[in-house]
Structure formats: structure tokens, C-alpha cells
Ligand binder design. Structure first.
Ligand SMILES: [Zn+2]
Length: 702
């Protein structure tokens, strides 16, 4: 990207348009969420000292909602039983933090209420499908509140207004603000009927078509609620903001485009790994949020404790795991936010590793003040596809994601609601992992992107459905794909293969020794528009049992397993099957490599970054005001696919080659804290990395 392109990029525009809110300033956050018995029983000095040591610039402190930690005057606002007359635990800690110059978010949690609330306003409580008030699932003394009714619109409006009025804060952060699943209270029934002209479905089953209508309804209510609470905060403190705990990728509850337009900043609340989850998961969070927020800041929550449905909230993760989670977020532009529930820590093992990483981040802060990501490829995610057609949309994304990580191709993510020229200008290739739902307007945007020289890699049912979720007779992008739908979508093909018909094709780079490849599991039957033989063809399923019957009965077919073609000034690769999803499920490296080769071919330029050597590494390139950084996070570990990492196992030195417009004045490795020796010629920098245990950043000063 040239300087001129950079100056005009949407990221920079968003940065310069950011509101005067102080919430955009902190580069490191610490959240201390009180439990009811913290007041008078915890050591405030300990926390103030730790805040200094991690060099936090913002804090998020519990104020009210479910339990008030300040002397509220709102009658139904339950006060901590441990808060003595004249005490103000929130106010005292907030005042100390203010003296230290920190930005302050007051945390509220409205999802549960005490019995006094139920007695006074039974209609504020969530109801099940039978109309019975819902007791709290974990704490039956409490009631679950209705997120879309007067409890939030009226009572919480008073609460956030009171907090903003009485305390010098920069914003309110609301946890669990959006309700706890579908609610059948009178307000929700009536409001849904007015919205959708029908009754609420009887269950929260998302395969029920009425569920989609409910999701639209709840989005509308939640955006109204967001506006109402934001207005309440700003009515007394115009520079402050209401920050809902919300967001995510394809399965996010709220429309991320609209959320990104509203929010001055958001917090990604996926705090750690659980189950089979790759070590790049936090880098995925970062990219998904940024796709919606542009240059506005995203903080990424790092959990002290284990994340599991069993909710060991007083636990501590392995230090190496906490650091890797944090590092992958930082590498992808997240501002680290460590969170601790219960101010009386029972296990201190997390303190030092967090301090080590945060203090290092603070020392090199100017290299984390990113202004533009220099990735040339972006994976598109689509909430409407996940909502209307593919509940497993994220499996396609994760397959594409992992393929690019393995190939060490730096990439971003893009929201399908922002595929206009302005937003995709920095990219040279877009990857559409089964982006099944695309409107005519979105298809036109993609056509324009390719006509202008962009590359497209699309898979499976991409563009086969209209915006509302109705299937088209043919792909919306048939002209780009160079083929049409002809037949059906096979939902499960067993024992099917791919024959190699053009061994010299660039898609076969590194795979030329293969005899054939395994096919995917799902496949759209297509008819190509041209008679040209594709480089890869489909060998349909043949018997897989009894073993005596497992043999090929027919010569190779002409059914394309891929269509690769030029279109306008750009290039298009279309896989009619689920190469990405099958890669995620089966992890056959042939699939990952084919997909990565397709992206390289679609990019049609010398790679902006290559990192050569053994291991699994997540790479990112960023520009700051007067520097460029290359981030390398070492994911090489037997626990890369399922936490928790026990130790960092050093990645051997790697050969690194990077495109930079001119010779840097200075090059440093920030983690090992030493000068980087490099060669520079004709716009290309070459160097060798040190061994990387956890994380390394190459910082190049202009
Ligand atoms: Zn309700």
C-alpha cells in the first residue's frame, strides 16, 4: 500500500472521526468485577499497585445492576449487604483510579434481579413459554429479567443515569444486557406481535422460521435499548458512552455492521479457549470485531480463569495459555483487557505472566498504535448466511482461516455488509467461505471488485440464496464463477475423490507428487459455461464397502472440482464443494494447501510477506504513524488445537521477506529487545528471525 492509499484508507478515516470519548485512549485495561462480599473485605492497595504494575490505562469496575456497590438512591436497586453505612466501594476505587489518570468504565449487569424487584414489578421478569416467571438457573433466589422490556428500558435507564450523574466516569459497560434467551412476558408477546404480525414461537428452536423473525425483532429492540441507555448516560455526561457487551463473527447476536457504526469502541468477550479450539482463536476475534469497527478500538478480554460450562470462576489458567491468548489478540490489534472476578484472589499464579506481557506492551506502546493493517487478503463472514441458511457457517470460515494461517498468508476479515469499494480498497483478494446469502447489490459489489483487478476465492453454495434466504435458480455470481447450478446440493458424499488433470497448474504448487485428492463432504452439482478441461475434476462416490467393491468403475469425468478463470482485470477461483469445512473437520493438509494456493493465485502479486521455516505461526503486518511492524505469534505446540498450553516451545529461526516502500532507518526485535540485521533491496527487506518462544515483533522505523 502506498502512502497515498494508506492516507485514504477507511481505517484512517474512522480514526480521525472517532468521538472525543476517552474510551478510545487506553491501550491496556484491567477489569475488577466485585462479588457481593468484596466491600470492606478486599485489599484496595493491592489492586492499585497491580494496576500500576500492568500499566493499565483504563479500568472497568463494578457499580450496579444486579448488585449495587455504591449507595444508590433508587429504591429497587439492591445494595450489597456487605456495604456498610457511609461506604462507597465503587466510588472509592474509581476516585483512586481517576487520580492515577485512568479512564473509567462503570460495569453494570442487569440480567438478574432480587425478589423485591419481582414483588414490585412482576412484569419486569422474564417468562417461559408457559408464562411462568423464570427463576435464575444458577441462583434461584434471583429472578431472570426481561432484556427487552421495562426493566432495561426504564429501571436500568435510571441506574445508568444515576451512576453517570454521581461519578466521574467515561462510560458504562453493560454485561448480559440483552436478555437471557427468548422471553414470553406480556411486553415481549405484545411487541413481537406488533413487529411481526404473528405470535412468538413456542420454543427457542432456531430451526423454526419464526425464530428468524424473533432475531430481527430482538435486534430492533436491542438497538433501541442501546440508544436509550446511551442517551441516558450522555444526558448527564456528554463525553461518556454506553458500551454494551456485544459482538462477534458470523454467529453474533447483533448485526455487527450496525453495532460498529454506533460504538465508539467495543470489548470482545471471549475470554479463553475451551474444547477443540485453535490457538489463533483470539486473533479471529480481533479480526471479526475490526471488520465491523474499522479503526475504532477493540479491547479483548483475557480471562484469569478457565472457561468451561462448569464455570470455575475462581480458577486460574496456565500462565503460558494466558500469555498466548493475550499475545495473539495483541498481534491482531486488540487492546488487552485482563478481567478478574472476586477482588480477593485465591490463586495468584496469573499475576506475574500478565504483568510481564502488559509491561512489555507498555514499553513498546508506540508500535501498537496501529493505523492500518497491510494484509492483502480478507475472509468474508456473513451473519445473514449463518442466520438464514447455514447454522454451521463458522466451520467454513474456520477452515479457510486455518488454511491461511498454515500458509502464513497475512489476512483480515471483512463483514459482508461492507463489501463496497471504500471498504475493500486495501484488499487484493476476498475469500468467500460458503457465503450462501448474498443480495443482488452485494453480488454487484463483488463483480466490481473483480472487474477492477481483485481476486475472489469462493466455495460451495456462495451466492445461491437471496437476502431473505430464498434459493435462487442459479448462483448470483454464476457469471464470475463461469458455471451454473445444475442439479442439487449433495449433503454427504462418501468416498469421492479429485483427479488431477493439469499437473502444471499453479493450484498444484507443492502438491505435484499427489496421485489424487480426497473430495469434500458436500458438493453443489454444476455445469461449467466453457468446455475447457479444469485442472481438477470430480470422481463421484463409489462403494466404500464391502472392501471387495471399493474400486473405480469409470474413467475420469469432466465434472470440475474447481473453476479457475480470469474475469475483468481480476481472477476467480470457485470450489463447488466444502473444501474449507471439510478441511476444518478432517484437517487433510491437501485441502489447506489447495485453498492457500487458490488465494495466492487470486492475489496475483508477489506476496507482501513470506515467513519460511518449520512450525505453525500466525503473522500480521501493521503500519503505525512512523513505523511498520511484523507480528509473529508462535502457535507450534501439542496443545495448539486444545488448551491449555503448558509451555512455549520455541519456533526455530525463520527466513522473513517483506515488501516495504523504503529502507527502514532502524529495525528491532521487540520481544528479544535487540537490533535486527537485515538486507534491503528494491523495496524488499530480508532478515532471519530469532527463535520465537511466544511472540516476536519486528519493528521497522521509517
Ligand atoms: Zn420479555
Amino acid at each position: 500500500m502506498t502512502r497515498r492509499e494508506f492516507a485514504a484508507s477507511p481505517l484512517v478515516a474512522a480514526l480521525s472521526n472517532a468521538p472525543g470519548s476517552r474510551l478510545a485512549e487506553p491501550m491496556r485495561w484491567l477489569q475488577l468485577a466485585f462479588v457481593e462480599d468484596d466491600p470492606g473485605r478486599y485489599d484496595m492497595k493491592f489492586w492499585l499497585d497491580y494496576i500500576r504494575r500492568v500499566r493499565a490505562q483504563g479500568v472497568c469496575l463494578s457499580a450496579g445492576g444486579c448488585v449495587a456497590f455504591y449507595p444508590t438512591r433508587i429504591p429497587l436497586h439492591y445494595k450489597s449487604r456487605f456495604m456498610k453505612e457511609g461506604q462507597d466501594p465503587f466510588g472509592e476505587l474509581a476516585a483512586e483510579c481517576r487520580k492515577m489518570g485512568l479512564a473509567i468504565l462503570a460495569r453494570v449487569d442487569p440480567h438478574a434481579a432480587h425478589d423485591n424487584v419481582f414483588q414490585a414489578h412482576p412484569d419486569w421478569i422474564a417468562r417461559d413459554a408457559e408464562g411462568r416467571p423464570r427463576r435464575h438457573w444458577a441462583m434461584p433466589d434471583y429472578w431472570v429479567t426481561c432484556g427487552l422490556g421495562p426493566y432495561n428500558f426504564e429501571f436500568m435507564r435510571e441506574v445508568v443515569r444515576e451512576i453517570a450523574e454521581r461519578y466521574d466516569i467515561d462510560g458504562i459497560f453493560a454485561n448480559r444486557w440483552s436478555g437471557s434467551g427468548m422471553c414470553w412476558c406480556d411486553h415481549c408477546r405484545r411487541n413481537f406481535r406488533a413487529f411481526a404480525g404473528r405470535d412468538l414461537p413456542r420454543t427457542g428452536d432456531r430451526s423454526d422460521p419464526a425464530w428468524t423473525a424473533w432475531r430481527e425483532f430482538s435486534n430492533q429492540r436491542l438497538f433501541e435499548l442501546w440508544d436509550a441507555l446511551d442517551a441516558a448516560v450522555r444526558s448527564v455526561r456528554p463525553q461518556a458512552a454506553f458500551i454494551p457487551n456485544t459482538g462477534g463473527g458470523a454467529n453474533a447476536e447483533l448485526n455487527m455492521k450496525r453495532a460498529g457504526e454506533r460504538a465508539p469502541f467495543l470489548v470482545a468477550d471471549r475470554q479463553a479457549r475451551y474444547g477443540v479450539q485453535l490457538a489463533w482463536a483470539n486473533g479471529k476475534n480481533a479480526r471479526e470485531y475490526r471488520a465491523a469497527l474499522g479503526g475504532k478500538p477493540v479491547a479483548g478480554i483475557i480471562s484469569v480463569g478457565l472457561e468451561a460450562p462448569y464455570r470455575w470462576k475462581d480458577s486460574v489458567q496456565q500462565p503460558a495459555e494466558i500469555q498466548l491468548w493475550a499475545a495473539d489478540g495483541m498481534a491482531h490489534g486488540m487492546r488487552p483487557w485482563i478481567t478478574k472476578f472476586n477482588a480477593k484472589p485465591l490463586d495468584m499464579r496469573w499475576l506475574r505472566p500478565v504483568e510481564e506481557l502488559f509491561a512489555w506492551h507498555a514499553r513498546h506502546e508506540r508500535y501498537f498504535r496501529n493505523e492500518a493493517n497491510l494484509a492483502r487478503a480478507a475472509i468474508v463472514y456473513s451473519q445473514q448466511t449463518a442466520l438464514r441458511v447455514a447454522a454451521d457457517a463458522d466451520d467454513f470460515i474456520r477452515g479457510a482461516f486455518h488454511a491461511l494461517i498454515e500458509a502464513r498468508i497475512p489476512f483480515e476479515m471483512a463483514h459482508d455488509g461492507m463489501l463496497d469499494a471504500e471498504h475493500v480498497r486495501g484488499y487484493r483478494a476476498l475469500i468467500l467461505p460458503n457465503i450462501a446469502v448474498l443480495s443482488e447489490a452485494q453480488c454487484a459489489q463483488l463483480r466490481a471488485f473483480v472487474e477492477g483487478g481483485g481476486g475472489l476465492v469462493a466455495t460451495h453454495e456462495t451466492s445461491l440464496y437471496e437476502e431473505g434466504g430464498r434459493r435462487r435458480p442459479d448462483f448470483g455470481l454464476a457469471e464470475l464463477f463461469g458455471c451454473s447450478r445444475a442439479g442439487r446440493t449433495i449433503q454427504r458424499q462418501q468416498n469421492a475423490y479429485i483427479d488431477i488433470r493439469d499437473r502444471e497448474h499453479p493450484l498444484l504448487e507443492g502438491l505435484r507428487g499427489a496421485g489424487r485428492f480426497i473430495h469434500g463432504v458436500r458438493r453443489v452439482e454444476i455445469e461449467p459455461h466453457s468446455r475447457e478441461l479444469p485442472p481438477l475434476t470430480t470422481m463421484p462416490s463409489y462403494p466404500d464397502l464391502p472392501m471387495e467393491e471399493v474400486y473405480v468403475r469409470q474413467p475420469p469425468t469432466n465434472i470440475p472440482a474447481v473453476v479457475c478463470r480470469a474475469y475483468g482485470k481480476g481472477r476467480v477461483v470457485y470450489f463447488p464443494w466444502d473444501i474449507d469445512r471439510t478441511f476444518w473437520e478432517v484437517m487433510c493438509p491437501d485441502h489447506g494447501r489447495l485453498l492457500a494456493n487458490a488465494v495466492r493465485w487470486a492475489l496475483n502479486e508477489e506476496p507482501v510477506l513470506t515467513v519460511e521455516g518449520p512450525g505453525l505461526v500466525d503473522a500480521a503486518i501493521w503500519r503505525q504513524a512512523s513505523s511498520v511492524t511484523v507480528h509473529l505469534v508462535n502457535l507450534t505446540n501439542p496443545y495448539a488445537m486444545k488448551g491449555q498450553i503448558r509451555e512455549h516451545i520455541p519456533l526455530p529461526p525463520q527466513r522473513l521477506r517483506l515488501r516495504v516502500a523504503r529502507r527502514p532507518r532502524r529495525a528491532r526485535w521487540l520481544w528479544t529487545d535487540r537490533e535486527a540485521a537485515f538486507q534491503y533491496r528494491d523495496g524488499w527487506l530480508e532478515t532471519q528471525t530469532p527463535a520465537i518462544a511466544l511472540y516476536e515483533v519486528l519493528a521497522l522505523d521509517d
